[in-house]
Design a protein around this ligand. Structure first.
Ligand SMILES: Nc1ncnc2c1ncn2[C@@H]1O[C@H](COP(=O)(O)OP(=O)(O)OP(=O)(O)O)[C@@H](O)[C@H]1O
Length: 452
């Protein structure tokens, strides 16, 4: 993938952490084979836990040496002539198809960086733990936002629950972010891995990138984290909606608070959000029932995909960015996502939100993570098939899991197949690759037939 992105972006320079040099070498080799001009490599050798300098390091520029050798007054900052000039190219996660290159402008990035500071309740001098990849929408625009607030960046070589708790305690982390998989890691940490939060203050965590299950939000709160839920796309510079918290919700029972927080919420500063009928482009009524597609327009919507005018025109048809997500709008205006249109299960003519089924599965005490896809069924069309990972020491059978989520869900949403796996397939940004699971479910064949 690295060589594909380097070729597509025509990158001229690539900065490589010495620990990832093998990946870079392989990408450069593939580029040479394809006849493409490889970029100049700048190696970052200062790797605290792996002091070994690679044998071929003399082939590359070294970051610190390059910085000190180029402290020349001629190297003035080149300001953009126009605020709409590109500042960055960010690739989508490739959850549904090949990653697309999204072009960010100075204006959009500036606006969303400042908006992200506000969204994260970030006062001056935050200590930010990078559990969001910096390559994902420029760290949801916080690579700039943390700098704007004079913050300290704490980086992890590998995101594990022990490393998270250690860093939080050691560096006095005030803020962090992460996809729900990172939250799952935190709530499933063992007693030995856990550390008390510094000074007993809550750590503010922004989550997004995939739907956060209410059970996980609930457990995060129990551990003392303050979770802010945001939803967005690479095409919206990351965060685009936020589930703005109202004080009157504080008094509700914890499970209800978590269910409210799992809604995607209201538009974030800088853009408009609507749930529209994609055929008529009319907004759906705020009744919590009528489904439409989530769409965005405004300052922090991308200008387009690099070298893909056709995909840009399709994504922006009608003047709004189409998210490909089905959602409803509640009476208070808050948007609640039901599913990606590609993921929704249609069973006996009923739409089943895989997100809702997953939320029921996550509530089981032995379940670490769950992902639901449609399994072909010659009678119903499709039925929900759950891929489940268990917590360390967790033990439960398929029948028990199915029985557990029967009561909170209507009958037609019942899980008919449970497959226990060691790990769920994920993208580099921590999203479950449902297309891989769908292929597995398809290979299992019809459940109705197997029960005849
Ligand atoms: N809070 C959230 N709740 C539910 N889903 C979310 C949330 N935040 C982000 N997402 C999901 O992440 C998607 C945006 O992620 P990203 O731009 O990285 O690319 P992708 O859609 O995962 O991949 P690709 O476009 O390459 O298939 C959204 O369309 C949505 O599916």
């Amino acid at each position: 993938m690295a060589s594909v992105l380097l070729q597509h972006s025509e990158a001229k320079v690539v900065f490589v952490d010495a620990a990832l040099l093998d990946t870079a070498r392989e990408a450069l080799r593939l580029m040479s084979e394809a006849g493409a001009r490889p970029p100049t490599v700048v190696l970052i050798e200062e790797v605290l836990d792996e002091p070994a300098v690679p044998a071929d390091h003399h082939q590359y520029h070294e970051y610190e040496a390059l910085l000190s050798s180029s402290a020349s007054p001629d190297l003035a900052i080149r300001w953009p002539a126009d605020e709409n000039e590109p500042i960055a190219l960010n690739y989508t996660s490739g959850t549904t198809s090949r990653p697309k290159g999204v072009v960010y402008s100075h204006r959009g990035a500036y606006l969303n960086s400042l908006a992200s500071v506000l969204l994260n309740d970030m006062t001056a001098l935050p200590v930010y733990l990078w559990t969001v990849p910096m390559f994902h929408c420029n760290g949801w625009c916080l690579v700039w936002g943390v700098a704007a607030q004079g913050g300290t960046n704490v980086c992890l070589r590998k995101v594990t629950s022990a490393a998270i708790f250690d860093s939080v305690a050691r560096h006095g982390v005030t803020h962090m972010g992460g996809a729900p998989t990172v939250l799952s890691m935190i709530v499933n940490a063992t007693a030995e891995e856990r550390r008390p939060l510094p000074g007993g203050r809550p750590v503010t965590v922004m989550t997004g990138g995939a739907p956060p299950p209410p059970a996980v939000l609930f457990r995060m709160e129990e551990l003392g984290f303050l979770v802010i839920h945001s939803y967005g796309l690479t095409e919206t510079y990351g965060p685009a909606t936020v589930c703005t918290w109202k004080p009157e919700w504080d008094a509700l029972p914890a499970a209800e608070r978590a269910a409210i927080k799992s809604r995607q919420g209201l538009h974030h500063l800088g853009l408009e959000v609507d749930v529209k009928d994609p055929a008529t482009m009319r907004g759906v009524p705020a009744d919590g029932r009528t489904m439409g597609e989530v769409m965005f327009r405004g300052n922090t919507v991308m200008r387009g995909y690099l070298k893909d005018a056709a995909a840009t025109a399709e994504a922006m048809a009608g003047g709004w960015l189409r998210s490909g997500y089905l959602a409803v709008r509640h009476g208070d205006g808050y948007v609640k996502i039901l599913d990606r249109s590609k993921d929704i299960i249609i069973s006996g003519g009923e739409n089943i939100s895989t997100i809702e089924v997953e939320a029921a599965l996550f509530a089981h005490p032995a379940v670490a993570e769950a992902a639901v896809v449609g399994r072909p069924d010659e009678y119903w069309g499709e039925t929900p098939c759950a891929f489940v990972t268990l917590k360390d020491g967790g033990s439960v059978g398929a029948e028990e899991v199915m029985a557990f989520c029967r009561s909170p869900l209507p009958r037609y949403m019942a899980v008919r197949t449970v497959v226990f796996v060691d790990e769920l397939p994920k993208t580099a940004t921590g999203k479950v690759q449902k297309f891989t699971l769908r292929e597995k479910a398809k290979a299992m064949g019809s459940i109705s037939r197997s029960k005849l």
